[in-house]
Design a protein around this ligand. Sequence first.
Ligand code: 5GP
Ligand code: MG
Length: 176
Amino acid sequence: MKPGRVLLTQAQIHARVRQLGQGVSRHYRGQPPGQRPIFLGVMNGALFFLADLLHAVDLDTEISCVRLASYQGTQSTGRIRGLGVLGKSIAGRHVLIVDDILDTGRTLSALARRLKKLGASDVKICVLLEKRRRHEVAVRPDWVGFKIADEFVVGYGLDYNGRYRTLKQIRILSKN
Ligand code: 5GP
Ligand code: MG
């Protein structure tokens, strides 16, 4: 298995992330003063997206990360590992979850639920990619970079068993 056809170029990704940054900034600027949003990156996949998005927003933010994993190879295991690794008080805060891709929806719905339980007063979701398939769990992201076909992609943070995260483009994983 290796990276095949380029789905999104570096220029396309950067242009879209800039637009997302503007939309996110507009939204949080409209919130009552004193509410500094926490940008919560889901590691490792959202590493580059989180950094680029933060560069594209013009806001007073805080940054935090969680590490979650549900995939082995190209298959969702259905189990989310690592929930709860959050070294920050979430109670009463506005949290923006930043993730690489929405696929089955399990990861993001579990995380959003967990944040609400921890007392977050508002939870929003920003994903770079959303797969055009019926999500197994209902999740409505507030910002989506690109809707893509139901294929396994790598690059710009997205891995295949730990590889290909540092590719500058997003490519479709191919058998040959
Ligand atoms: P979900 O819980 O929505 O099924 O899965 C979300 C997580 O699975 C993503 O954050 C990502 O880490 C991983 N994932 C889902 N689809 C893909 C894909 O096409 N490529 C890669 N590299 N990871 C994926
Ligand atoms: Mg992920």
